[in-house]
Design a protein around this ligand. Sequence first.
Ligand SMILES: C[S@@+](CC[C@H](N)C(=O)[O-])C[C@H]1O[C@@H](n2cnc3c(N)ncnc32)[C@H](O)[C@@H]1O
Length: 191
Amino acid sequence: MSIQGKFNPNDMQVLVSPERRQAIDTGALLTGLPISTRDVVADIGCGPGFLTLPLARYLTEGRVHALDIQQEMLDAVQRSLDAEGLTNAAVTLSNENRLPLDDKALDGALLAFVLQEAHDPDALLGEVQRCLNDNGWIAVLEWHKRDMDCGPPVTRRINPETMEAKLLNLGFQIPKRHELNADQYLMVART
Ligand SMILES: C[S@@+](CC[C@H](N)C(=O)[O-])C[C@H]1O[C@@H](n2cnc3c(N)ncnc32)[C@H](O)[C@@H]1O
């Protein structure tokens, strides 16, 4: 069963499909982040683990918190982690606007295609800020805001200018935008 307005877990295979792996080069994505192999990083709205698995492999001395509000997604990501024998991931059910993490618990946070589904993107970003340490980083991946054959309804999308303004308003610094492909962007900022 899916929660209204959230990605339907029955369709989760789309999120780990070969087409998606072609559209987003996860290796290049990670090496473009200010990430260290010792970091503690949250994958917020992790889904079935498209980025959780590469993160867990990358964080050879660190840890990943895989968080989602849908248990079916967490069950899938745990199965994939177990299948690879990756033990540096904590898979935890999250809440809409409250992360199950202590203040300043994180070095980094990744939010891939989750803010467009969030009931209150600013509240969720504020939570991320609470959980990041003073030298932390945030990476947001989102769809460009225009009509396309694929992806979420255009009304839900957040364009890069609005995303940058949200991050700056919340006190994040030096947001930098990169194009992931023709349809999707990445924005990275510091605490
Ligand atoms: C489009 S999927 C993307 C999944 C994954 N990040 C990826 O790129 O493959 C969005 C995910 O965010 C989750 N989600 C939506 N709102 C959330 C929230 N407020 N907190 C945590 N997870 C949320 C959904 O359950 C869904 O698994």
